[in-house]
Design a protein around this ligand. Sequence first.
Ligand SMILES: [Zn+2]
Length: 166
Amino acid sequence: MELALGQAAQSLDLGEVPIGAVVVDANGRVMGLGRNMAESWNDPTAHAEVLAIRDAARRRGDWRLAGCRLYVTLEPCLMCAGAIQQSRIAVVCYGAPSPKSGALGSLADVYAIQGFNHYPQVTAGIKADQCAKILADFFRDKRSRLDARELRRGVRVVEGARLESE
Ligand SMILES: [Zn+2]
């Protein structure tokens, strides 16, 4: 999860919502790394988990990631839960829960659906505080930057109104 947090920090440097993911094989070897790139690439599918899974499949030369574990800082969304299931990853470990998009129990619980050919085992809450903090810090900074911009715009509007009335 430390590696996944490192990936999240790198996406933060790019102005992305800081989410990171790592795929390791049964021997603990790092197979794939991913960080959220949705803004930079203008790609709504460029989530950390999807990129880590693609990286691991390419490195392994096999899209079946049986026996692998995926570590991700935030609870996966519906799309990523699907990608994880498709890749046959054995275990998913996530950090912070995601009340607005989490598909592994928070908003939905997709692996409770019966009839899939594969179900990963899920472990929640790994370094949850650190994973949540990097996200909370990002959104707080973003809000304060927006507030500052709103304030500057407000001043300009006031100045413009004064000019008109004079
Ligand atoms: Zn996702």
